[in-house]
Ligand binder design. Structure first.
Ligand code: PHE
Length: 506
């Protein structure tokens, strides 16, 4: 209090805690006590603070990638080819791409085609830009955006859009200002000092009867702590697994590097199927072939492809190649793992699921990534039907709070009938495609020795996460943006699931 009287301007808890050399919690407590007595006013202010992310620190140390690029270009004589520059710039693949993008955007370089080659040319040797100065400024500890000039402030905001260069966090600051009563009230009238902690001495001596004991104020502001927490995607994986376990399924896992045989052939996917092509599937260079399973099984799969043999079908009518089936790939769906399991579990009931990683050779953008996860499962039961399948899927999404589910006819080479599931997204008022499903064809089950219907599904995990978390860009899940993870409440997913549950609970 007396300290406050000395002050001319409103002071923050941080300032006061420094001036009084007391913990910030104690200051906050005293402040709320004083404010209840109307001796001080507490006002809350929001300030934006900037700090350097991992990339930002690297930029500070080594220079912005676009600057490093221009420097490399100059060293290479000013107009090298893209490849030449990529090799000698000492930038990583990712940095290089970022560098070209920004150098172009800033008008530092031009990218021209000369015949078959792409040539990078320096347009101007850049002076230090406002964004570069902003990074330096932040590194020197000036982090309140309000304290920066307008240009620097805008540069910081702009930089916060580049992944982990500058993180902007909103902080609430409490300012204390003494009231006129506070200024004039005699110190003696502030009353007896309050005891905030009962000690053995107070108890033993009976003194606790005389002192006045402070009440708990559970609303008193406290310093912000970033409690350790799991990444929201990890939490969703756990929630999904829990649901299937509750529904009586067991988890299975399988290799990421898989034989084309399990990924495609055992699933009755013909060897000239477009999904098997290089631009959809990642093939392993070395070793490029693996060992096929038992010859009898291979033989049965071969004849089913060639003439439908066992399955009362006519097959695909081509000559099936063992060599093609023994190629190694990164699995393109978790159905490869399912089918491996099925081959050694032929008697019902079989109820298994997996939530696991898959790979597709895709151009990455805001809704597609090349490495992601599927939620996969099957149930084999003597009389399983499409109805059961739709029931499981509806129940699964229902438990996640997505209660409006629709099924559409679809096609997969390994299921008949096949369907696609869509979930309704209230926030965007659209139906989102979530995955595929169906009943395995006899061409798939019979060569394995499975004689009962198997209902199967493969659903997108990232799609689901983006839906629940209402993300614009699916890559947000993989940016490793610590500021984003921190900004989410610890019970983020739980809150969403609970809320949706109430909304859709009827
Ligand atoms: N494997 C399919 C996919 O990757 C999904 C699916 C699984 C479809 C099981 C039917 C049965 O899209």
């Amino acid at each position: 209090m007396s300290k406050l009287r000395e002050l001319e301007k409103p002071a923050s808890y941080v300032d006061l805690s420094r001036a009084l050399n007391r913990p910030i919690g104690a200051v906050a407590k005293a402040a709320s006590w004083l404010s209840e007595k109307r001796l001080v006013n507490i006002t809350e202010q929001k300030v934006l603070k900037a700090s350097l992310g991992a990339e930002g620190l690297a930029y500070l140390e080594m220079g912005f990638p676009e600057r490093r690029l221009v420097e490399a270009l100059v060293k290479l004589g000013g107009a090298p080819t893209l490849e030449k520059c990529r090799e000698s710039s000492q930038l990583t693949e990712q940095e290089f791409n970022i560098a070209v993008l920004w150098a172009k955007r800033k008008g530092w370089i031009s990218v021209d085609r000369e015949g078959p080659k792409t040539v990078l040319k320096v347009s101007k040797y850049p002076e230090k830009g406002i964004d570069e100065r902003a990074v330096e400024k932040i590194s020197r500890g000036t982090s309140h955006l309000d304290e920066l000039g307008r240009d620097l402030r805008e540069a910081c905001l702009e930089l916060s859009r580049r992944p982990s260069v500058v993180d902007i966090i909103e902080e609430r600051i409490h300012l204390l200002e003494i009231t006129s009563t506070g200024r004039t009230i005699p110190v003696e009238e502030l009353g007896r000092e309050e005891v905030t902690q009962l000690s053995p001495e107070l108890l033993a001596s009976g003194k606790w009867r005389e002192v006045s004991i402070g009440r708990f104020n559970v609303r008193a502001p406290t310093p912000v702590v970033f409690a350790g927490k799991k990444h929201p995607l990890q939490k969703l994986v756990e929630a999904v697994k829990e649901i299937f376990v509750e529904l009586g399924f067991e988890e299975i896992r399988g290799p990421l590097m898989e034989l084309a045989f399990w990924n495609f052939d055992a699933l009755f996917q013909p060897q000239d199927h477009p999904a098997r092509e290089m631009h959809d599937t990642f093939y392993i260079k070395s070793p490029d072939r693996g060992r096929l399973p038992a010859p009898s099984l291979v033989q049965r799969v071969k004849s089913v492809h060639e003439n439908g043999a066992l399955a009362n079908s006519i097959g695909w009518r081509y000559s099936w190649s063992k060599d093609e089936a023994s190629r190694l790939i990164l699995r393109t769906h978790t159905t490869a793992t399912t089918i491996r399991h099925l081959a050694s579990h032929r008697e019902p009931p079989v109820k298994v699921f997996s939530v696991d990683r898959i790979y597709r050779n895709e151009r990455v953008d805001w809704r597609r990534i090349a490495e992601f996860h599927q939620i996969e499962g099957i149930a084999m039961e003597r009389r399983a039907t499409l109805r059961d399948l739709m029931g499981v899927i509806t129940e699964f999404y229902g438990r996640l709070g997505l209660t409006k589910i629709r099924f559409y006819p679809s096609y997969f080479p390994y299921t008949e009938p096949s369907a696609e599931v869509r979930a309704y997204l209230p926030s965007r008022r659209t139906w989102l495609e979530m995955g595929g499903m169906g009943i395995f064809r006899p061409e798939v089950t019979l060569p394995l020795g499975v004689r009962h219907p198997v209902i199967a599904w493969g659903l997108g995990l990232e799609r689901l996460a983006a839906t629940l978390l209402e993300l614009e860009d699916i890559r947000t899940l993989y940016f490793n943006d610590l500021a984003w993870v921190r900004s989410l409440p610890t019970t983020y997913l739980e809150n969403i699931l609970r809320k949706k549950d109430i909304v859709g609970g009827g």
